[in-house]
Write a protein that binds this ligand. Structure first.
Ligand code: AMP
Length: 396
């Protein structure tokens, strides 16, 4: 069963064509800078990479070009778009309404629209992706897979904020959490590695440009670091993560900022970029720190300390940790960050093996010492596969 997985952002579109039964990725790619110079980067299987400078101006043009690339000329891998059995959409915010993936119909789109105030940057683009696919492929079913759904098992004690209760009942103010498909995939892979034992206590560190930690008990999300929006929790590429809320009015007054400007400041100019003054890409910071840049070193230490803070907090909630998992761009690729995060956690049974940690293997690997009570794993995430499999389960 061929599933076209679509992750529509405000100016970009990521996609994969996946055989949901075999997990084979037939093609994948990204359209970036839609409305500016609109470039399509397309990959066939795992090897043939192509770039089209297409000056794509709208999301519809982008999807049309992707479908044309899949079905025409020497890039063709299917004869017609009718061979696509279903479309799986990544949707940022499902609020409290969507606890699982759903088949898209008019009612579902209306509900996702109602949730726009909770995800003003992401949900509109996700809805646009669904509407265009329904128009271009009217006979193909669409499924929405929500980034928040996995965290709907969090109990009230973890999802409520310490503010007056009517803000939750009247304004839906609560922690929702994000990266749900990634936390689900990685924790589920860890459960398999631990031979499907019952009641496992797992902590997943999804460390990428956006980052979050999740405590998983018996396969269910118990707590996670992102909050009402993806701005909460860890220090990220350009996002501040948790800060003293008093900073917001202080800065607004000092720097004469309005609401839009302060949100932009905390989302796009803070985190690793803001503290280092160099870049949001941790590779640049690691290389600057190696060259003796003190601020780069502080940036790395701040980032790792915050991950550590949540690992310790969640270990306390879970009453111990059977597996600590690292995933996403930083978690999968940086042995330095994994080592720093695990440093000094030996007292709670987390012992990293330096040699295993520095092995360059890009597959799943265990990097804990034999004596470590907690298994430490690196598990490459695969959100697209979860979306394809959920889509297959619902319409297959
Ligand atoms: P993601 O959002 O999961 O795609 O992760 C992207 C981020 O991973 C980039 O911004 C980089 O900071 C980071 N990254 C990728 N490779 C490495 C590496 N070898 N060392 C440190 N950071 C890395």
């Amino acid at each position: 069963m061929l599933v076209f997985v679509l992750n529509a952002g405000s100016s970009s579109l990521k996609y994969q064509l996946i055989d949901a039964k075999t997990s084979e990725v037939k093609a994948s790619g990204i359209v970036e800078r839609i409305g500016i110079d609109g470039v399509l980067k397309h990959e066939i299987g795992n090897n043939r990479k192509l770039t089209f400078e297409a000056h794509i101006q709208t999301h519809k043009e982008a999807i049309e070009l992707i479908l044309q690339t899949l079905t025409h000329d020497d890039t063709k891998i299917i004869d017609s778009i009718d061979e696509i059995d279903a479309i799986g959409h990544r949707v940022a915010h499902g609020g409290e309404y969507f606890k699982n993936s759903v088949v898209v119909d008019d009612e579902v789109i209306k509900k996702i629209e109602e949730l726009i105030p909770l995800a003003p940057l992401h949900n509109p683009a996700n809805i646009l992706g669904m509407k265009i696919c329904r128009e271009l492929m009217p006979n193909t079913p669409n499924v929405a897979v929500f980034d928040t759904a996995f965290h709907q098992t969090m109990p009230e004690v973890h999802f409520l904020f310490p503010v007056p209760h009517e803000d939750y009942t009247e304004h839906h103010l609560r922690k929702y959490g994000f990266h749900g498909t990634s936390h689900y995939y990685v924790s589920n892979e860890a459960i398999k590695l631990l031979e499907n034992k019952k009641d496992l206590r797992i902590i997943v560190c999804h460390l990428g440009n956006g980052s979050s930690v999740c405590a998983v008990r018996d396969g269910k999300s118990l707590n996670t670091t992102m909050g009402l929006t993806p701005l909460g929790g860890l220090m990220m590429g350009t996002r501040s993560g948790d800060i003293d809320p008093g900073i917001i009015p202080y800065l607004m007054e000092k720097k004469n900022m309005d609401t839009h400007q302060i949100i932009d400041y905390l989302n796009k100019k803070s985190g690793i970029l803001g503290v280092s003054g160099i870049s949001s890409d941790l590779r640049d910071i690691i290389s600057a720190a190696k060259d003796g840049d003190q601020r780069a070193q502080v940036t790395i230490d701040m980032m790792c300390n915050r991950v550590k803070k949540y690992i310790c907090s969640y270990a306390g909630l879970l009453g111990g940790v059977d597996a600590l998992c690292f995933t996403a761009g930083i978690g999968e690729n940086s042995d330095l960050i994994r080592e720093k995060v695990c440093h000094n956690l030996e007292f709670m049974g987390i012992e990293i093996d330096k040699d295993k940690n520095s092995s360059k293997e890009s597959k799943v690997k265990e990097i804990s010492k034999d004596s470590s009570k907690t298994k430490i794993f690196v598990i490459p995430t695969n959100e697209e596969l979860v979306i394809a499999q959920d889509t297959y389960k619902l319409v297959g």
